[in-house]
Structures are given as structure tokens and as C-alpha cells.
Design a protein. Structure first.
Lengths: 283, 571
């Protein structure tokens, strides 16, 4: 029996009122609901305020470099597919520094869950524009305003994503359900989470998101329809959809390797004599 | 050496220069000769000019000769470019229908393409016809050549057809039996030997060492390592991934190694540049990884298919901040195998990144080798929290401070203990910290690993007389050429010995001091313009070399070149 106390961790160093608290709680709730024990969960995180999250709970942690969460998470998953691997990072980490990894991890469909805390700003470095900042967002590094924002969900659908979702830190129960669905999904589950940055983003505030966010559940949206999903991904303005935009089943990256069907790599024997036949081929 | 045969196959990319060179090298190896062969190719798929040089002898052959006994010219350009390298009793074998050799050298013209079409129904087999002719010139029978041809082309249609082509070339050449070369001799033994190149030796070494995960991005001259391993992956139970870039490659292997699997990546200098950040991550998180850098001529794109020893100081210093690392530079294919095994062991035992530095010359040169005794391959994983150990889980500290600096490793899901690894400075539990005291303690813990590591590093090899007027100092792939210089120096009135390093970092200061004590004049011999290793000697042991013989034109250091430069230096 797993309970919330099993996921108790260190004291967060986030600002009071930060959306990260709700995301952390939603994640803990999801893990408890799925009865996953902490030692079977691996959280791989990047750098930024979001990247600190694994330190504030319990489980295996690999806190890596800015933007490099996904390759490290993929490597760990291939080595031991028995691990529930959750990658965590912010918008700058995942879509800026890690953009290339994002594109190709989605395409390869590694069986991992990726939480992108999207506050549309670089917070840890104190307030610069991010790839998802609203057009015209003025910061110290973008005095003339930010350029067009990256539509990350549209990119994920186009890149062959199999689970593309958006949550909101202001609705933690809904978010916990999304995280559960993402973990259960066989394949790459992208869950972007809208969250306010109380210190550096005074434009996209909690109230701003709350006014606009509406749930796809209960609407006529068909998550299995790629074109409908692409259309939904274009909605950003007076109304912003949250929930699962797109979902599809296809073989995971790990499914491509017959050796992994025999059990985790980490459990397989290492025997130098195995290469004896290879040496003969050089004769 | 009583037997010392030098063959060059030259032609355009796409004419089968590589195949022909490989086949005749292997055929000579099957006669019991020691063989060394290097490849010179351009960064293109068709056309241009490539050549493959083979040297075979009855002693240990470790380098290429600049003089050619048999030139197999598959096109006119090969004659024009290399005629001058053919020895006085050497022979040029060429296509009499297409190529003009001119006066000055002995030349054996045969209708190579016509014969290929008659026998193998394919003009592409002209190279095989030429190989048959070469065997006759050497004075051997054609049996070994035919057996290698069959192995190479398979037993379908093309194997026997090419064997016929080889036999026709052989007969045609024997018809004019006056073509023998002076160096011909009967084979030393008929014992089978391995023949493989540096990349193959690295790949097999990694597989023997239990490497289960490879993530690498294609980059000449390293690519054949991942290709070879991918080809064997299902058979050996490993996973090989080609990710989006080298940054992803190194971060993937860090993830896999963290999860408990022996992991490596392979690249060349430009890719290694992209991996530098990840190298520091492995250093900080104390994750064991093996990074192979097959050096090519830099900087930037440089000469993609050509050799250089230009990344030494870069490998020693790559990434910001201080952390212990190991740098190994194999001297030949045997080293490539054994030092790869050692790389995996040191990585695991000391939880550090290990860099294996080869170069295009070693990577793509073939050499015969005595078999690798697999019973001597030890897999040493270092201190691990034992499987499922119930005594510790709740207070497991990934970065426990110890006298050796090594904290016992645990893998995720090995026990109920969560494993916390962090790129931020961290406490013993692996959680990020900011305080000065913990930072200093952790830095010292990591640095302490160097003390143990230093004892693991073997000192330099020495060769030649204990006392000599000149001591050559080299590292990495130059060993074969340098040994030959030492062995032939006396003929040129020079007294020369050698100190050669294959295990470079942590620098084996004591052993290096012993080896260089009493040296009168030292010359660094290196494939870079700034004598990078000489700088290491200066900083690590205060040794100032008397001079340097350097080459940085993308071509390998040959015995003839080194000797010529040395004679100029001491004249």
C-alpha cells in the first residue's frame, strides 16, 4: 500500500504561490493512485525551477543538465524498462535548450512521461522571455517584445506524438488524472502544464489562465483524430483547451529491440566468452 | 625481416579499392605473414582517388613503408600519382586496355576489365583479376586468395565468379613469369591469424567487456564501431541507438549507465566537442561512461577522412570545472581491444568518464593480431550495493564520503533504496546544496579518486637499447612506426631508443620519470603542430624535450618520414 507520506521530500525553494507546488502535489497523487512505489519510479529532471521538483519528493532521481532530460530519461528507460520514467522540466529547458531532443524523443516514442511546466518565462534566471512567451512579451532581453511563440503541442502532434495533453496547475485534480493517463500510456506522453510565475510573468497570471482554460473532456473532441487534435492545438487566446488533445497507440521505441523482450538490459549477464565467435570471423 | 612485401591498390572511390586491399591483406595473413594495412580515402562516395597500402612480413609489421613493390593501378591517376613510389625491382599491374604506364618502371599490363567481364560478367571484378596477378608476382599460389575471395563474396554467384577472376589474373601473370619481385619468399607458417582494424578491435573489446548500450551519431572515422555493434546487437543482446546528435548520445549513455548498464559512445573530434557538457555531467554525477574519440584532422570539419593526434589536450581538459577522468590512447589493435576492456573497468570501479583516444590511422588500419585470450578479460564493476541488500535501503547514500572517494553504487530498483544523482553540487544523499562546507567536501571526495586511479595506469613502453643518444617520445597510434625507426636507426648511424605512452591520464609520473631518466636528447614525435604531449611532459614532470618531429597534413607518421626528419634534426 503506497500513500502520500511515502512521497514526502525536502523543503521546496520555490516562491510562495508558485504553480510548481500544485504540480508536485498532482504528481504525488497520481503516483499514489497508481500504487507505484517510490523505488520503482525514476524522475529525470533538467535545470530551472521545474527541474528541482524531484528533490522535493521521493524516488530515484537523475537531475541532469539544462535541456538534456529526454536523452538521459530515454537511456535509463532502455537500460531498465521496468522503471516508470518521468521527465520533468520547464518550457525553456524542453523547448529552447532541449528543442532537438524534444522533437526526436516524441518521434521515437520512448515509453516515458514528460511534464513540461510552462510558465512562458525563464524564472530561475529571473525573467527573460522563453520560446513560449506571448508575442510581444517585454523582458530585459527582449526590449522589443518576444517573437512568435512556439506551438509545442502542434509540434508534438506533427512529430508523431502518441499522447499530447495540456494541464493547468490551477486544476490539480484534473492534472493528476492527466498524469495518471500519461504514465499508463505506452509511449511518449507529453503533458504540458500551464502554470503562473508569480515573480516574473505578470501577463499570464493564474487568473489569466483560469479565465481561458476549458476542459476537453465532455466536449465533442475526438482525441484519436489527428486533424481535430491539430486544430485544437491552434486554439490559444480567449479560450485555451486543457485535457488530452491527441492519443494514438503505436509500438514504443523500446519495442523495436528484440533483446529487451528478454528482460531489462541491466539484468542480462555479461560474459566475455560471448564474443569468441566474433573473433573467429576475423580469421 | 626476410620477407617485406609492400603493395598498394589505387583507384577511384567505387572501384573496389577497399575490398581489393582488404582481400589481399587477408590472403597474405593466411600465409602466416604479419600484415599491416592502412587506407587513404577522400570524403566522397564516387570518383576521386583512394588507395590502400598493405605491408606483409615474416617479422612483426607495425607500420607502412613508403616504398611500393607492387602497385595495383585500377586507373590512370593511380599510375600518375604513385609511379614514383614503386621500388627499383617493383612492378606496376595495370589495365593494358585503358592505362598507360610509360617508361621507367617494370609494368605488367593485363586486360583487367575485359577479363573481369569474361569471368565474373562484371567489370567491377577487375580488381580481383589484378589481385590474382599480384599473387603470382609475389610468388605464392592462388589458393589462399581464392579462399578469402569466397569468404568475402559469399558462396552465391559472385563468390565463385570472383574466384575465377582471381585465378585468371593469376594464370595470365604467371604466363609472363619474369615478373617476380626480389623479396618473394615462402610463407612463414600456415597458421590462421586474426586480421582486424582498430575500430573492430574497439567494438569487440567493448562487447567482451559487457557493454550493453551504445548511443552514437555517425561521424568519420568512428562510424564503423556503431555499425559493427549494431550488426551484432541482437545476437549479443545489446542495444545500439543512433540519436539526433552527439549531445543526445552522451546523455543517453549517462542515463543508461546510471540505471546500471555498461554504456559507451563513439565519435570524432567534432562530435566530442558537442559531448563536452555531458562529460562534465558524468564527472559530477559520478556516472561511469566510455567515450571513444577517433581523432581526425581538425579544427571544425577539417579533413574528415584523415588522421591527426590533435585532440590530446582537449580530451585532458574538456568540460568546465575539475573532475577526475581517464584518458587512454591505444597504440595498435591489441591495445584497442585490451584498453577498451580496461576503460570499462576503470569507469565502473572509479565511477568516472573514460576517454579512449584513437585516430583515423588506427581506426581504419588493418593488422594481424594473435588471438585475444578471452579468459583474461575480467569484468570489474567496482563497489556495488549488493543485489537486494535489505540492510541499507533506507539510509543509502549515493555519494557517501569515503577515504577512497568511491561511494558504493546502487542501481534503481536493485533494492528499495532510491538512487539520487545530481548535476548540482549535492550532499551525500544526492540532493542539491549550496553550503560551502559540503561543496568543498564533495569536491575533495571526487578528486581523491585520482589517487587510486593513478595506481591503475601503466607506465610507458620502452624499446631499443637502454642507453641511446636520442630518445623518441610518442603516444597512441605511432608505436609501430616508432619501433621501426628504432630498429633501423643503427643502419643510418643513429643511436635511438623509444619511450611510448598508451595510458595517458592520470599521468603516470613516476613510471615516466623512470623511463626518461638518463635520456640524453628527447624528441617528441606527434601528429599535431604544437607537440601537445610534450606539453604534458613539461607540466606533469618538468621534462623539456630537445626537439619535436611533427606531422599535421592529415597523413600518418611513417618510419621513413620520422627517420628523415630525425636525420635533419641531428645533422
Amino acid at each position: 500500500m503506497v500513500n502520500i507520506a511515502d512521497y514526502a521530500g525536502g523543503q521546496p525553494a520555490w516562491c510562495p504561490g508558485c504553480g510548481n507546488f500544485a504540480i508536485l502535489n498532482a504528481m504525488k497523487k497520481a503516483l499514489v493512485d497508481l500504487a507505484l512505489e517510490p523505488h520503482k519510479v525514476l524522475m529525470v529532471s533538467g535545470i530551472g525551477q521545474a527541474g528541482k521538483l524531484p528533490h522535493y519528493t521521493k524516488g530515484n532521481v537523475l537531475n541532469v543538465l539544462h535541456g538534456r532530460t529526454l536523452p538521459a530519461a530515454a537511456g535509463a528507460k532502455i537500460a531498465n524498462p521496468g522503471l516508470t520514467v518521468i521527465a520533468v522540466g520547464g518550457d525553456g529547458d524542453g523547448y529552447g535548450e532541449g528543442g532537438n531532443h524534444f522533437l526526436h524523443s516524441v518521434r521515437r516514442n520512448h515509453d516515458i512521461t514528460y511534464l513540461v511546466h510552462n510558465n512562458q518565462v525563464y524564472a530561475l534566471t529571473k525573467g527573460q522571455a522563453s520560446p513560449t512567451s506571448d508575442v510581444g512579451f517585454v523582458s530585459k532581453t527582449t526590449p522589443h517584445g518576444a517573437s512568435t511563440m512556439l506551438n509545442s503541442l502542434a509540434v508534438a502532434i506533427a512529430a508523431g506524438g502518441t499522447f499530447v495533453a495540456r494541464g493547468f496547475s490551477g486544476d490539480p485534480d484534473h492534472l493528476a488524472e492527466l498524469i495518471k493517463s500519461g504514465i499508463r500510456h505506452r509511449g511518449f506522453a507529453l503533458i504540458e502544464v500551464l502554470q503562473p510565475c508569480v515573480s516574473f510573468n505578470h501577463r499570464n497570471t493564474n487568473a489569466w489562465y483560469k479565465e481561458r482554460a476549458y476542459k476537453l473532456e465532455g466536449t465533442s473532441h475526438q482525441a484519436g483524430d489527428r486533424f481535430a487534435a491539430m486544430q485544437k492545438s491552434q486554439e490559444w487566446g480567449d479560450r485555451i483547451p486543457i485535457g488530452v488533445l491527441y492519443r494514438q497507440e503505436r509500438p514504443t521505441f523500446e519495442d523495436e529491440f528484440p533483446v529487451l523482450a528478454k528482460g531489462p538490459l541491466v539484468k542480462q549477464a555479461m560474459d566475455p566468452a560471448q564474443v569468441s565467435a566474433l573473433l573467429d570471423e576475423f580469421m | 625481416m626476410a620477407v617485406d612485401i609492400n603493395i598498394m591498390v589505387g583507384g577511384e572511390a567505387g572501384q573496389g579499392v577497399q575490398a581489393a586491399g582488404f582481400i589481399i591483406a587477408k590472403a597474405l595473413a593466411r600465409y602466416g605473414l604479419s600484415v599491416f594495412a592502412d587506407q587513404d580515402y577522400e570524403s566522397r562516395v564516387r570518383g576521386g582517388h583512394n588507395f590502400f597500402r598493405i605491408r606483409a612480413g615474416d617479422g612483426k609489421v607495425g607500420a607502412i613503408s613508403e616504398e611500393v613493390d607492387i602497385l595495383l593501378a585500377l586507373d590512370q591517376l593511380s599510375v600518375d600519382l604513385h609511379k614514383g613510389e614503386v621500388s627499383s625491382d617493383g612492378v606496376i599491374i595495370f589495365d593494358s586496355d585503358k592505362t598507360n604506364v610509360g617508361p621507367g618502371k617494370r609494368a605488367l599490363g593485363l586486360p583487367l576489365e575485359r577479363t573481369a567481364i569474361e569471368t565474373a560478367k562484371n567489370k567491377q571484378s577487375a580488381n580481383t583479376v589484378a589481385l590474382g596477378a599480384a599473387m603470382a608476382v609475389i610468388g605464392y599460389d592462388v589458393a589462399a586468395l581464392k579462399s578469402v575471395v569466397l569468404d568475402y563474396f559469399g558462396t552465391g554467384e559472385s563468390g565463385p565468379a570472383n574466384a575465377d577472376a582471381a585465378a585468371r589474373g593469376y594464370e595470365a601473370s604467371r604466363a609472363g613469369s619474369r615478373w617476380g619481385i626480389a623479396k618473394q619468399a615462402s610463407p612463414a607458417s600456415a597458421q590462421k591469424r586474426m586480421m582486424l582494424n582498430g575500430n573492430e578491435a574497439i567494438a569487440v573489446g567493448a562487447l567482451a567487456a559487457g557493454c550493453k548500450f551504445v548511443s552514437a551519431y555517425p561521424m568519420t572515422p568512428s562510424t564503423t564501431i556503431m555499425e559493427y555493434m549494431a550488426g551484432k546487437a541482437d545476437e549479443l543482446g545489446i542495444v545500439v541507438v543512433q540519436p539526433e546528435d552527439e549531445i543526445s548520445a552522451i546523455n543517453m549513455i549517462i542515463g543508461a549507465a546510471y540505471a546500471g548498464v555498461r554504456s559507451m559512445t563513439a565519435t570524432s573530434g567534432g562530435g566530442f566537442c558537442l559531448m563536452v557538457e555531458g562529460l562534465g555531467l558524468a564527472g559530477m554525477t559520478e556516472t561511469p561512461i566510455v567515450v571513444l574519440n577517433a581523432q581526425r584532422a581538425g579544427p571544425a570539419i577539417g579533413l574528415p577522412t584523415r588522421t591527426e593526434q590533435g585532440d590530446l589536450l582537449f580530451a585532458l581538459h574538456a568540460s568546465h570545472g575539475d573532475f577526475p577522468r581517464v584518458v587512454l590512447a591505444p597504440a595498435n589493435v591489441e591495445d584497442a581491444f585490451w584498453l577498451t576492456v580496461k576503460a570499462f573497468n576503470l569507469a565502473d570501479e572509479y565511477q568516472v568518464p573514460v576517454i579512449v583516444l584513437t585516430d583515423q590511422y588506427l581506426a581504419s588500419s588493418y593488422a594481424t593480431a594473435e588471438g585475444f585470450d578471452l579468459s583474461k578479460v575480467q569484468i570489474k564493476r567496482g563497489q556495488l550495493l549488493s543485489e537486494g541488500d535489505p540492510s541499507k535501503p533506507e539510509h543509502y547514500k549515493r555519494y557517501e564520503i569515503t577515504a577512497s572517494g568511491i561511494s558504493p553504487r546502487a542501481f534503481p530498483m536493485q533494492s528499495a533504496a532510491p538512487v539520487v544523482a545530481d548535476s548540482d553540487e549535492h550532499n551525500e544523499e544526492g540532493h542539491m546544496i549550496e553550503d560551502a562546507e559540503t561543496r568543498a567536501a564533495m569536491m575533495m571526495k571526487r578528486q581523491r579518486k585520482l589517487e587510486g586511479l593513478k595506481k591503475e595506469i601503466s607506465g610507458p613502453r620502452t624499446h631499443g637499447p637502454p642507453q641511446a643518444d636520442i630518445t623518441l617520445v610518442g603516444w597512441g597510434s605511432t608505436l609501430g612506426a616508432l619501433r621501426e625507426v628504432v630498429d633501423t636507426a643503427a643502419q643510418h648511424g643513429l643511436s635511438v631508443n623509444l619511450v611510448h605512452f598508451a595510458e595517458i591520464w592520470p599521468f603516470p609520473t613516476e613510471a615516466a620519470n623512470m623511463a626518461l631518466r638518463g635520456a640524453r636528447r628527447t624528441f617528441a614525435v606527434e601528429g599535431n603542430p604544437t607537440a601537445q604531449f610534450a606539453r604534458v611532459l613539461r607540466t606533469e614532470m618538468g621534462h623539456q624535450v630537445s626537439g619535436a618531429i611533427l606531422k599535421f597534413d592529415g597523413r600518418p607518421l611513417t618510419p621513413a618520414y620520422i627517420l628523415a626528419q630525425l636525420r635533419k634534426e641531428v645533422a
